[in-house]
Design a protein around this ligand. Structure first.
Ligand code: UD1
Ligand code: UDP
Length: 363
């Protein structure tokens, strides 16, 4: 290894459940290459089952810095992060900062690095829902436009970036690190966990649900409509509906006084148990970005509880259908998708973490 590479210091900025999971293959690659890196955690997610459990299960070195920003309005949360990240970057002077995805942590990390003229890499660049009512859409557009390295998961994402005037020389199609994370951890999950026995479920004898998008769960009518849709799916297939519930959604169900009587609500799970549940379910119903991808990778049919997706590749290969939030459409899509399993994985070969680090070291 040449000395210049050895001297390179990388700041890995993250703050939420999906970022920890999607960055884990990049961190593994840094470890294998013995690179000088550190983790800067914003503290956007902080409860054990949304944060620490992933560090433990994925065997990650703890964060060198945790800004403990916690939950608040978008402006306040992002502002606190920006102040904290800038301070750390000024002290550590990394040669490169990496962010992954589209959260407020990504927005703050990208802005802080770009303003300090620290090179910035955006993992999962070029995704677009074309729906500006999603906070994530704004975050990803900003992060892409201030990045020096755009790690696009697919050719489609690359086309989007080119269409927005990004120079081709900045764009690298690397696949999505979620493929690495799935294949690195499914085998470990199967060795260490038996979540089906624990929850008294049978293979393909249940339906797995998650929902947490702000535009779905913060609106009473939309959330009620999703819950009604789930009840109709339960009635139709006579299968348990298992719903590891995101804290935002739990809070809203309580606040709105909604009933979820036919649905089995459980606390959010660690990645190993959740992966096992995904791999063995009859169907996934979700509004999560990462879970649309994982279902596709695992050959499990997915119905997305949204009107659009920034993962159109899943719809194109036939692993996913967009249902929106109306009960009858959710049921119709569930009937269409259940039993389907045979498509190409469009998200790469599971070596994205390695690819990303190779590009960073060589370009
Ligand atoms: C955030 C991201 C979203 C991502 C999701 C992953 C933004 C704008 N949103 O949404 O893109 O898909 O993370 O899960 O960045 N809470 C806890 N414990 C925690 C974290 C949150 O109880 O550890 C509760 C709090 O009541 C909080 C609410 O969840 O107000 C929402 O948390 P927040 O981080 O603002 O947004 P998410 O919905 O988690
Ligand atoms: N996940 C998990 N436990 C759960 C629910 C989800 O480990 O109870 C994982 C899931 O496998 C995926 C990621 O969390 O890798 C998705 O996170 P989330 O849906 O919160 O965010 P999004 O992907 O929509 O940004």
């Amino acid at each position: 290894m040449n000395t210049i590479v050895k001297m390179m210091r990388i700041a890995i900025i993250m703050g939420t459940r999906p970022e920890i999971i999607k960055m884990s293959p990049v961190i593994r690659a840094c470890e294998e290459l013995e690179l000088d890196y550190f983790i800067l955690h914003t503290g956007q997610h902080y409860t054990y089952e949304m944060d620490k459990i992933f560090f433990e299960e994925l065997d990650l070195l703890g964060a060198r810095y945790n800004l403990d920003v916690g939950s608040s309005s978008h402006g306040k949360q992002t502002g606190k992060m920006l102040i904290g990240i800038e301070k750390v970057l000024q002290e550590e002077l990394p040669s490169l900062a990496l962010v992954a995805g589209d959260t407020n942590t990504v927005l703050a990390g990208a802005l802080a690095a770009a303003k300090l003229h620290i090179k910035l890499g955006h993992v999962e660049a070029g995704l677009r829902s074309y729906d500006r009512s999603m906070p994530e859409e704004i975050n990803r557009i900003v992060a892409d436009h201030v990045s020096d390295y755009l790690f696009a998961p697919t050719e489609n994402a690359k086309r989007i970036l080119l269409g927005e005037g990004m120079p081709e020389g900045k764009i690298y199609v690397t696949g999505n690190t979620i493929v690495d994370a799935v294949w690195q951890n499914l085998e470990i999950a199967n060795r260490k966990k038996d979540v089906l026995s624990k929850l008294e479920l049978k293979k393909e004898g249940y339906i797995l649900v998650t929902t947490h998008r702000q535009e779905n769960v913060d609106r009473k009518e939309r959330l009620r409509s999703i819950l009604r849709g789930l009840e109709r799916v339960h009635k139709e297939f006579d299968l348990p509906i298992l719903f590891p519930i995101h804290p935002r959604t739990k809070k809203r169900i309580e606040e709105f006084g909604l009933k979820a009587s036919k649905i089995r609500l459980i606390e959010p799970l660690g990645f190993l148990e959740f992966l096992q549940l995904e791999a063995n379910t009859a169907l996934v119903l979700t509004d999560s970005g990462g879970i649309q991808e994982e279902a596709c990778i695992l050959q499990v049919p997915c119905v997305t509880l949204r009107d659009n997706t920034e993962r159109p590749e899943t719809v194109e290969v036939g692993s996913n259908m967009l249902a929106g939030t109306k009960p009858e459409k959710i049921l119709w899509c569930a009937k269409e998708m259940i039993g389907k399993r045979n498509w190409e994985n469009p998200f790469g070969d599971g070596k994205s973490g390695e690819w990303i680090m190779k590009i960073i070291r060589e370009v």
